[in-house]
Design a protein around this ligand. Structure first.
Ligand code: FES
Ligand code: FES
Length: 157
């Protein structure tokens, strides 16, 4: 077992974990943060995307021990109390989801994209989101949602 200490959605946590435990498993199985989902387990789909020290990562591609000493934000830490994050609000307004399975990862990736580029073009959005797969929407409303979030905020936080 390996000792880890990290911050998850603003709360300090410490644990003993198997060295081979993936960050996504740790979040879901040890912390109960099931908002972060597993779509493929092979770093292809992006459904498990979270932020590690403010940048998006696929949490099925990171070991829990690699997150020790660092700050993790999941979809569950994005809203401000009852107020949705502007990117969450944009996905709701623009119907950027259907079944919702890919949505947590899409939103976490979109927040990172907008932090890096507050005024993206449609091509920028399509390129920035290309590591996140959706089986339902055809991507049109997802792209629209990200562009809408950019227009309402001038950049996400
Ligand atoms: S579950 Fe991590 S990329 Fe698909
Ligand atoms: S909304 Fe169903 S997979 Fe994207």
């Amino acid at each position: 077992m390996a000792k880890i200490e990290l911050t998850v959605d603003g709360a300090r946590v410490s644990d003993d974990v198997e060295p081979r435990m993936l960050l996504v498993q740790y979040l879901r199985e040890k912390l109960g943060k099931t908002g972060t989902v597993i779509g493929c387990d092979t770093s292809n789909c992006g459904a498990c995307t979270v932020h590690l020290d403010g940048r998006s990562v696929k949490s099925c591609n990171v070991l829990a021990v690699q997150a020790s000493g660092r700050e993790v934000t999941t979809i569950e830490g994005l809203a401000d109390g009852e107020s949705l994050h502007p990117v969450q609000e944009a996905f709701r307004e623009c119907h950027g989801l259907q079944c919702g399975f890919c949505t947590p990862g899409m939103i976490m990736q979109a927040v990172d994209l907008l932090n890096e580029n507050p005024s993206p073009t449609e091509a920028d959005v399509r390129e920035g989101m290309e590591g996140n797969l959706c089986r339902c929407t055809g991507y049109h409303n997802i792209v629209k949602s990200v562009l809408h979030a950019a227009s309402t905020t001038g950049g996400a936080k």
